[in-house]
Design a protein around this ligand. Sequence first.
Ligand SMILES: [Fe+2]
Length: 207
Amino acid sequence: MSTKTRTHETDGHSKKALHYNPQLAQPKIGQEAAEIQPFGTIVKLPNGLSQKVCQDSVERLNQILADTMTLADLYHKHHWQVSGKTFYQLHLLFDKHYEEQTELIDKIAERIQLLGGLSYAMAADVAEATNIPRPPKGREEVPVQISRLLTAHEIVLQGAHASARKAAELGDDGTNDLLVSDVIRTGEIQVWFLAEHLVDVPLTQSN
Ligand SMILES: [Fe+2]
């Protein structure tokens, strides 16, 4: 290990030699090592649930996570690309729903981790795993945007209902509560707010 010497003026008269190692502040970048937990495995934590139950819940939650992350992305795409007379209200509504879905994503991902599993994190892995159809890159009309969102919501909700029932059956009350109180409740309200935009009623004069 090499050191360098520099002089330091302490009181204007005496000079003291200080030694320092120029490597000390150098970040050690580009490090590599094997994973400490491969994806799909469970670390047993003292959470009152068996490893088998945790494994089952983690697999189901990861599917709901991938679909929820895709739903949130769809909201962001439509928040940016929306057009037409209802631009302002939909731009804000899509953003509100996006934020709410983002909160759910964190709750689902952290539940997977606290069950000893590993959550999906990267977009490429989510794209492979999701059951939600991929939209085109281009801009679509408002009714098509809303229809896509409703389809995506239904996929998440169907998965959440089935997984909530399974979690209750297995005694995983925390997963059941997350799915019912957060994923299902939030999804149902968002579906309502979206679906009412597709009712064709007159704005100023009745039929
Ligand atoms: Fe924005």
